[in-house]
Design a binder for this molecule. Sequence first.
Ligand code: FMN
Length: 164
Amino acid sequence: MAEILVAYATKMGATKEIAEAIAARIRSASHEATALDAAEVSSVEPYKAVVLGSALYAARWRPEAVRFLQRNAPALARKPVWLFHSGPLGADLSAQKAPRKVRELATRIGADQPTTFGGRLTPQTAVGFFAKRMAQGSMAGDYRDWDAIELWANHIAEQLVAAR
Ligand SMILES: Cc1cc2nc3c(=O)[nH]c(=O)nc-3n(C[C@H](O)[C@H](O)[C@H](O)COP(=O)(O)O)c2cc1C
């Protein structure tokens, strides 16, 4: 079992790829890290630290990410936890405020509010009627900033070393 869990909630795969990049970066800093679908994690007890990321849809987190936070809140309160969400597309990639429930849960477990990473919406990956329509528009594209994601993961890896 890996030391560090990077859990994700995705609909169209972009957030999963971000989670996998974060886990890979943490691994290259000599920690065991695994990226898993948040819905498939039954307990966080075995992990020393947890990263959780959700895609943003209509300003909300995916329900499985919110459920993950609710279900595991007592255990997460005893561990280092980092949160992110993936969403903004187009010219304005500014930080997005998490929904109120997520903000409250973050406070409850003692984690910082989620970091925002740009999202991806492309005709090749879009799932569902609205997404496919939006993917034909001017906002479509892959706005994930892999340098920013790596920097953030490095920052986590450094804190994990300091906590050893
Ligand atoms: C119908 C729809 C609604 C969306 N709503 C938001 C939103 O409210 N805020 C945001 O930042 N991004 C929003 N997005 C962009 C997605 O969150 C972005 O494409 C994200 O990276 C998708 O992640 P996933 O591939 O992991 O599901 C929306 C996309 C779609 C298709």
